[in-house]
Write a protein that binds this ligand. Structure first.
Ligand SMILES: CC(C)(COP(=O)(O)OP(=O)(O)OC[C@H]1O[C@@H](n2cnc3c(N)ncnc32)[C@H](O)[C@@H]1OP(=O)(O)O)[C@@H](O)C(=O)NCCC(=O)NCCSC(=O)C[C@H](O)C(=O)O
Ligand SMILES: [Mg+2]
Length: 364
């Protein structure tokens, strides 16, 4: 582990200086596409400006025979496309133990390193994986003459990764964020689910028996399989000043449950989720943008709190320094999103304040 003194020293002669603060750019949806799929790839240029992040996926969901085509397809798309300021370009490389990953890193950094904002690394087990990627990227960046460091995003999809999540989050100044990878994580933990994210009807608690005893009618309440992991990931990310994300929701047709899963993640502190299909883009945009009512309420609390100390009553509720801080989180996010989204900017400008605010994300 590097000492605090040399944490920000470049890891190769000639590599760009590491960032001191991870840029907070809108990342409500990380939109996955397979660059070896011609139909999908053809749609990518038109999606620039409509999504926060476009991610050329090289790992799972890309057939083994298409790995090279996907890598070269991503190079071609990146070279031919101007991503502007509103859309970031990310990639997910193959896992560090795969036969493809070294070529992924060398080709992508050399050919399109100046266009790539973030490299997502799957199945990260511990800080040693990030240290390896950190050094390799510095060497490749130096050789390519890059002036801006490429950031790194880890996917939490092994039990060991979850056990090491705090160390992973703080392993390098390149760390941009962490996503939950529920499908691989479920397999690694030997959970008995077969889905890509989302809940399970069997994971529930049952109401205590009523007057008719244990065989009488009793309600059940489905529980969230991912609460523990997301909460732990959020804390690790907040502690290190990086960003947490929910990952994939595989039931593309179930837009309602997708929205619920995304909203749980938003309320717990995540800044975005993956979209696997165009239908999930609008869901992520809606959920990960604060609602107009929440923004209006946050403004009212801010105004009522004056210098930010003490306690006041607003609509029958106590507001103080700590509720103000939560409101400031909402306002900072609204301001950041408004800067690149004129529709949201005007929605927030006109937002009427309800008597008691409204639940986050519901009516944006
Ligand atoms: C899920 C899909 C396989 C569905 O594809 P398809 O059957 O083609 O869907 P549609 O017919 O509804 O598609 C309509 C049109 O939209 C285009 N399309 C589909 N998906 C995308 C996309 N992601 N980006 C851009 N365009 C897209 C189709 O080509 C159709 O076009 P047209 O015929 O001209 O109208 C497919 O969506 C898909 O493969 N999505 C990505 C899947 C993926 O990336 N999976 C990996 C991430 S999840 C994961 O890895 C698990 C995680 O790591 C963990 O461990 O938890
Ligand atoms: Mg996975």
């Amino acid at each position: 582990m590097r000492s605090a003194k040399d944490f920000f020293t470049p890891l190769a002669v000639g590599a760009p200086a590491p960032v001191r603060e991870v840029p907070a750019r809108p990342s409500r949806m990380i939109h996955f596409f397979d660059p070896s799929n011609e139909k999908m790839a053809a749609k990518i240029p038109a999606m620039v400006g409509t999504v926060d992040v476009l991610l050329g996926n090289l790992e799972d969901a890309v057939k083994a025979d298409n790995k090279e085509a996907a890598r070269l397809g991503l190079v071609a798309i990146a070279k031919a496309t101007d991503f502007g300021d509103a859309t970031q370009l990310w990639t997910r490389v193959n896992s560090l133990d795969s036969p493809w990953v070294l070529d992924d890193f060398t080709t992508l950094v050399t050919e399109i390193g100046d266009k790539l904002d973030v490299i997502m690394v799957p199945k990260v087990q511990g800080p040693e994986d990030i240290h390896y990627v950190d050094r390799l990227l510095a060497q490749l960046e130096a050789r390519a003459g890059l002036t801006r460091p490429i950031l790194v995003h880890a996917i939490l999809e092994t039990a060991r990764g979850v056990a090491n999540v705090e160390a992973i989050a703080g392993a390098s100044p390149r760390m941009q964020g962490i996503s939950l990878g529920p499908a691989d994580l479920a397999a690694d933990r030997r959970m008995k689910t077969t889905r890509v994210g989302g809940g399970h009807p069997g994971y529930l608690v049952r109401e205590d028996p009523g007057i008719e005893g244990i065989n009488g009618p009793r309600g059940t309440f489905q529980q969230d399989l991912w609460h523990y992991t997301i909460a732990r990931m959020v804390d690790a990310c907040a502690m290190h000043g990086i960003f947490p994300f929910y990952g994939p929701f595989g039931d593309i047709k179930d837009v309602v449950a997708c929205e619920d899963q995304f909203r749980n993640a938003f309320l717990l502190g995540c800044v975005g989720a993956w979209s696997l299909h165009p239908a999930q883009i609008a869901i992520a945009k809606k959920v990960f943008s604060p609602s107009a009512a929440d923004v209006a309420h946050a403004r009212r609390v801010k105004a009522a709190m004056g210098d930010g100390t003490g306690a006041v009553m607003l609509d029958g509720k106590m507001e103080d320094d700590a509720s103000l801080k939560q409101c400031l989180v909402i306002l900072a996010l609204a301001e950041q999103l408004s800067a690149s989204d004129p529709e949201l900017a005007s929605l927030y400008a006109e937002a009427p304040a309800g008597p008691d605010g409204a639940s986050a994300g519901v009516s944006a």
